[in-house]
Design a protein around this ligand. Structure first.
Ligand code: DX5
Ligand code: ZN
Length: 216
């Protein structure tokens, strides 16, 4: 599980993070939006840097920004362990990957709902993670797009065992099983965790459903 901070109460970030970490979460998904690549603005480097001092969780930054290469260093310095960029923003993904890796972070590449798996054909072997968007990036609380499931299956076949396959958007108790069955191994959930009155219980339920779907 990678709970997305986007759905947390922004006036209470430290307690929100502490609660899920105590409950066993090891990855925190950080949705960074620039108002250009997506029609919304969320939070950025200073917020992430402040949280870094409060938690040991792995910081999984999802950069929904037009110029990932320009800002990657600031996010890594703020404490991001992993940086995911969108394939739609660059014609030179290999350079972006090299730049992020050179900063000491692991690298993910993300695909919008209608971007085909073939868009990352040339670099799929170079990344640590592929993130499939199951909603249009920009906002939490949208409905899961089942149309992306064949792409998840296709990517799972192409990825090695050491590469993660993350699904992001609309993950809840009704959808996580399908994402897991299709081959995803990392599940971003914002609304379903942080808008639940009991985030730790919500995380456990989601995790159990994902494991149940793959017979674990
Ligand atoms: C959407 C973000 C997602 C989002 C998920 O642009 O990338 O991470 O926060 O939120 P829910 O779980 O509410 O769909
Ligand atoms: Zn995200």
């Amino acid at each position: 599980m990678a709970p997305s901070l986007l759905a947390a109460d922004f006036s209470q970030l430290a307690p929100a993070v502490a609660q899920i970490e105590t409950a066993g979460a090891t990855v925190l998904h950080l949705d960074v939006m620039d108002g250009h690549f997506v029609p919304n603005i969320s939070f950025g480097v200073p917020v992430i840097a402040s949280l870094r001092a409060r938690t040991q969780m792995l910081f999984d930054a999802h950069l929904m920004i037009a110029e990932p290469q320009r800002y990657a260093e600031a996010f890594v310095k703020a404490g991001c362990d992993h940086i995911t960029f969108h394939i739609e923003v660059t014609d030179q993904p290999t350079e972006v990957i090299r730049a992020i890796r050179g900063l000491g972070a692991s690298v993910g590449v993300s695909l919008n709902p209608t971007t085909p798996a073939s868009a990352i054909e040339s670099i799929v072997g170079e990344v640590d993670m592929v993130l499939v968007m199951s909603v249009w990036p920009g906002f939490g609380g949208q409905s899961f797009m089942r149309d992306v499931l064949p792409k998840v299956e296709e990517l799972r076949r192409r990825l090695g065992d050491h590469q993660r396959l993350e699904v992001d958007g609309g993950i809840d108790a009704d959808t996580i099983g399908d994402a897991a069955s299709a081959g995803a191994d990392t599940f971003v959930a914002g609304t379903a965790v942080f808008r639940n009155p009991d985030p730790p219980a919500a995380m456990k339920t989601l995790r159990d459903l994902a494991l149940g779907a793959i017979g674990g």
